[in-house]
Structures are given as structure tokens and as C-alpha cells.
Design a binder for this molecule. Sequence first.
Ligand code: ADE
Length: 233
Amino acid sequence: MLAIMGAMDEEIELLLADLGDRETMEHPGVTLYRGVLDGVPVLLTRGGIGKVNAALTATHLLMAGATRVIFTGVAGGVHPELRVGDIVVSTDLVQHDVDVTALGYALGTIPSEAPAWPADEHLRAAALDAAAEVEGVRVLEGRVASGDQFIASREGVQRLWTQFGAACAEMEGAAVAQVCAKAGVPFVVIRSVSDTADHDANVDYRTFMPLVARHAKQVVRGMLARLGAPARA
Ligand code: ADE
């Protein structure tokens, strides 16, 4: 079953509104919706903000039968060419707030874990194909950096760019990636840029987030058409 996850209501409400045959499943701290979107059986959920919420929700999705996971939402642009509204499709994901350097591990690396989690190639290709249909925006493939921080300074952007080569900053993707990787479940993260993570990020985020969330949603809809033959879901 294909699972679609966002962090906030704005990131999933447009999909939830169109979910047919909706069934609600309550789990501790997580509400999952099962139904049919554009003819494709899906699980849909709002996971909440931050890595812990994301990991909890991803775990419940997998336990409910998710075999592919798409994360949709907004992010702060880090790549210098990104502007508000643009779309990032994840190549891989890192946790930029992990620091075990005192024990000799590279910044972002959790001991005994991979330094980054690669997104699934098939899902990436479908996301890129679908994103190409969103008019007037740049689509970039790149590394998504996740951490329990809202990045809102030039220094913060610079750090993620130079130390991680990140295309964008958000707060959930790499946690979902870590959970999915442990279970061998393919995933991809699609983010539209709500701000450029600099000193205006808080204002831009509030202004543009509900608008640009539509771009990521459009990509998900396009992916359903490409991936979602019910027999393969
Ligand atoms: N999500 C959207 N904008 C963000 C930012 N600047 N930092 C972290 N997460 C975000």
C-alpha cells in the first residue's frame, strides 16, 4: 500500500479532502486515514512537526501495511538557486542536528548507522516526472537536511550548504528515511520551498507555506497517476 505523509494539516488537507472510502484508524499519538485517491488505495496521515513525530508516524504507517512512502511538505531553500515555490525531490537525506563528533564520527552521523539515507530511484523518477508538470517553478533534485530546528539565518543556511551540501532544510524527512530504510521500504521526500531559511524565513514561511504546499501536493497527485495502478499498490 502506498503511504502519503505530511507534517502539518496544510500539507495533507488538500489530499484528505479528496480521499474516497475514507476509514480513520486511531493509534497512540497518530491518526491514519485509509482510502482511495485517484483510484489508488493509499494510507494518508499528518505526522506532526519534528523528527520524533515523523519517526513515530512512519512506524505506524509501516505497521499498517505501507510498502512505499511519499513525504510531502514545505522546506527552507538552501541551494542558492531555489526560490519560494520551487520544488526539491530528495536524492538522499541527512540529520544535520546529529553531532557525535566528540567520539570521532562525522557530523550528522549516528553511530552504527549510514551517514545518509538514499531515496528510492523509482519513486524519485516518478516525482521528477510529475514535478515537471507544475508550471512556473524550478525542480531540483538534491539532498534534504532534517533537524529539530527551524533555520532562519544566513549562517544556518551556509552551514547546511557547506557541511552537508543540502538543497533544503526541513524537520522530518530524514527520520522517515531512517525508519523506512530499517524496514527496507522505499521512500521519497518532496518539498516545496516556503522560505529561503534566512532572516526573513519566519515571515515568508507564514505567508507562503499554505500556497506552496499545493505544489508538493500536485506532485503527489501526478505520482499517483504514474505509480498507482491498483494492482501494484
Ligand atoms: N520548513 C519550512 N521552512 C523551514 C526552515 N526554514 N527550516 C526548517 N524547516 C522548515
